[in-house]
Ligand binder design. Structure first.
Ligand SMILES: Nc1ncnc2c1ncn2[C@@H]1O[C@H](COP(=O)(O)OP(=O)(O)OP(=O)(O)O)[C@@H](O)[C@H]1O
Ligand SMILES: Cc1ncc(CO)c(N)n1
Length: 276
C-alpha cells in the first residue's frame, strides 16, 4: 500500500458546509489528499451570514493536535479561522512542538457576510507568534491592510505590503485579489528568494464565492502534501479555485458555496505575469 499524502486543517466549522473546515476537507479530497481536522470553533452560519460562534477550549484544541501528531504523518498544514488570542497561542505552541510540515496561514478575519472571525487583540498574536513560523501567508486585500497598516490601492501598494509581510516573518506571500469589482482579478506572489509574479484571471460576475480564500489555501496545502514545489502548488490551486467558481452550484440564497468537484482544465489556467 502506498503512503497516502496527508494534510491537516486547523479551522472553524461552517454549518452550511461552504467555508471553513468543510471547504478545506472537500478541497483536500478533490486534490487526492487525506485530510485531518482540528476544530477550533463551531459556527452557526449559512450563505447569508454567521449567526453564532462557539470557541473550543485551548485544552481541547491541544488534545486534538496531540492525537493527530501521535498517529498520522501530516505533510502540510493550514490554519483558517482562529477566532481569539488563546487559540492563536495554542496553535503557535503546537507548531513548535510537533512537525506537521510547512504551515500555510490564511489569516481569516471577516466572513463574506461581514462577521468578525478574529478579535482585534488576536491580530497582534498572529503577527508576533504565528507569522515567524509560516511558510506561506495568504491574506486578502483587507486582511493585508490590517496586518501591515498600509492602505492598499495600487499594484505598487500590493508589492510593498507583501514585502512588509515578509519582514513580519512569513517566508512567502500570496496576496489574493478577489475583493473589488475590476473585470480582471490579480493575485500577487512574493517568494522567499525575492522572485515575484502575478496570476491574472477574468473575474466571474457572481456572488457565489463563499469560501474562495479557504479553498485556495487548502488547495495549496494539498499540493504541498503531494510533494509539489510552492510555485507549482500556487498555480495549480489558483486554477482549481477558478474552476470551482466557474462551474457554480445553486445552494443557499446569498454568498453560495463553490463547486469543489469542478475539474481544473488547461484552458482555465491563470496567466502568469512577471512585470506589470
Ligand atoms: N469573482 C471572482 N472571479 C475570479 N476569481 C475570484 C473571484 N473571487 C475570488 N477569486 C479568487 O479566489 C481566491 C480567493 O480570493 P479572495 O480575495 O476572495 O479571498 P477571501 O476574501 O479570503 O475569500 P473568503 O473570505 O470567502 O474565504 C483568489 O485566488 C481570487 O483571485
Ligand atoms: C468557519 C469559517 N471559516 C472561514 C470563513 C471565511 O470564508 C468562514 N466564513 N467561516
Amino acid at each position: 500500500m502506498n503512503d497516502t499524502p496527508q494534510a491537516m486543517t486547523i479551522a472553524g466549522t461552517d454549518s452550511s458546509g461552504g467555508a471553513g473546515m468543510t471547504a478545506d476537507l472537500n478541497t483536500f479530497s478533490a486534490q487526492g489528499v487525506y485530510g485531518a481536522n482540528i476544530v477550533v470553533s463551531v459556527t452557526a452560519q449559512n450563505t447569508c451570514g454567521v449567526q453564532k460562534v462557539q470557541m473550543i477550549t485551548p485544552d481541547m484544541i491541544m488534545a486534538q493536535l496531540s492525537a493527530v501528531a501521535d498517529d498520522l504523518k501530516i505533510r502540510a498544514v493550514k490554519t483558517g479561522m482562529l477566532g481569539d488570542t488563546a487559540t492563536v497561542e495554542t496553535v503557535a505552541k503546537a507548531m513548535t512542538k510537533f512537525n506537521f510540515g510547512p504551515l500555510i496561514l490564511d489569516p481569516v478575519m471577516v466572513a463574506k457576510g461581514g462577521a468578525q472571525l478574529l478579535t482585534d487583540e488576536a491580530v497582534s498574536a498572529v503577527k508576533t507568534l504565528l507569522m515567524p513560523l509560516v511558510t506561506l501567508v495568504t491574506p486578502n486585500l483587507p486582511e493585508a491592510e490590517v496586518l501591515t497598516h498600509l492602505s492598499i490601492k495600487t499594484t505598487d501598494d500590493i508589492m510593498l505590503a507583501a514585502q512588509q509581510l515578509q519582514t513580519l516573518g512569513a517566508k512567502n506571500v500570496l496576496l489574493k485579489g478577489g475583493h473589488g469589482d475590476a473585470p480582471i482579478v490579480l493575485d500577487y506572489i512574493l517568494l522567499a528568494d525575492g522572485r515575484h509574479f502575478w496570476l491574472r484571471t477574468k473575474r466571474f460576475n457572481t456572488a457565489r464565492t463563499h469560501g474562495t480564500g479557504d479553498t485556495i489555501s487548502a488547495a495549496i496545502t494539498a499540493q504541498l502534501a503531494l510533494g509539489h514545489d510552492l510555485e507549482t502548488a500556487i498555480i495549480a490551486a489558483k486554477t482549481y479555485v477558478d474552476a470551482t467558481i466557474r462551474d457554480g452550484i445553486l445552494v443557499g440564497h446569498r454568498y453560495g458555496p463553490l463547486n469543489h468537484l469542478a475539474q481544473s482544465t488547461i484552458k482555465n489556467q491563470p496567466e502568469v505575469i512577471y512585470d506589470i
